[in-house]
Ligand binder design. Structure first.
Ligand code: PDD
Length: 284
């Protein structure tokens, strides 16, 4: 079956899908995006993803390309046309096509692109044995709360992780605090069994998986502290894990080559992963 993409008003074969060379996304990374999981053929946590999309658009002063009702139809149609049962939908909105000039164009129509693809099978070793991270300086801009398509710092960081033979790089700000991964949020569990994750400030993306897990943590009666933590605190934590739409909850068992706790996925990480998968299988 051939893949289908949606590009500003038309469903087109993925291979022929294109935007203009003067699209501001291409020239300025002047746009935002969302990645939504598809589970059992339906969109997981669609509402918080659309809320975050609106927030990102508002912060960049890009008009919404269409109503939420219309967007919901496009998202579902892309899932249907690509016959996705388990996978992701990628949606991107840019300020549109205009002659190159840094300032906003006087009039431009936002470009909306939506694609979908089936998930690659997750490697069970990642959650059974846990994954490693390296720490790197956070060289990004100061509005990481916006889900901007300007991801070159994240790209360099992920490549550094890849070359170090680990899953993710945790970025560290100028004060020595871990902000987040290059495409994931960062969490630790203290020796007192308190779950710690940075509060959703301008230094991190407020992950939809993060939000779902905060609800789960409250429901399961776990202790939570939303505050920054240092690399040293993470290395001496009892457990660590990361979250994202494409990773769910993944235990982190090595930081810069040193084991976290006993070097195996901890009980709280496993419990929260199981609870998150139950939410993903049948969202409340
Ligand atoms: N990444 N932090 C960053 C920098 C991210 O890019 C992401 C998501 C997250 C987790 O957010 P969520 O739980 O809503 O997926 C945190 C997506 C999946 C991506 O770029 O592919």
């Amino acid at each position: 079956m051939s893949r289908i993409a949606y590009v500003s008003g038309a469903y087109v074969p993925h291979r022929q899908a294109a935007v203009h060379i003067e699209d501001r996304g291409y020239q300025f990374a002047d746009g935002v995006y969302e990645v939504i999981a598809v589970r059992g053929g339906t969109l997981l946590d669609e509402e918080p993803h659309l809320q975050r999309l609106h927030r990102s658009l508002k912060e960049l002063r890009i008009p919404a390309p269409m109503s939420d009702t219309a967007l919901g139809i496009v998202l579902r149609e892309i899932v249907r046309r690509n016959n996705i049962n388990a996978g992701i939908v990628y949606l991107q909105v840019t300020r549109g096509v205009a002659p190159r000039d840094h300032a906003f164009p006087r009039s431009a129509t936002p470009t909306l692109v939506v694609t979908a693809r089936a998930s690659r099978r997750p490697d069970p070793r990642q959650w059974e044995g846990g994954i490693g991270v390296v720490t790197i300086p956070d060289i990004r801009w100061r509005r990481c709360d916006i889900k901007s398509i300007a991801l070159v710092a994240n790209v360099l960081g992920k490549q550094q992780a890849r070359e170090a033979g680990v899953f993710e790089a945790w970025q560290v700000d100028g004060q020595g605090w871990i902000t987040e991964g290059t495409s994931t949020n960062a969490w630790i569990v203290t020796n007192e069994a308190t779950v710690v994750t940075r509060a959703a400030d301008n230094a991190i993306l407020n992950g939809v998986t993060r939000l779902a897990l905060l609800d789960i943590i409250a429901r399961e009666g776990c202790r939570l502290d939303e505050r920054p933590f240092t690399v040293e605190e993470a290395k001496t934590a009892r457990e660590a894990f990361l979250t994202s739409t494409t990773s769910d909850v993944l235990p982190v068992v090595r930081i810069d080559g040193a084991p976290v706790g006993d070097g195996k996925p901890g009980p709280l990480s496993r419990q929260l992963r199981a609870a998150y998968l139950a939410h993903a299988a049948s969202p409340a």
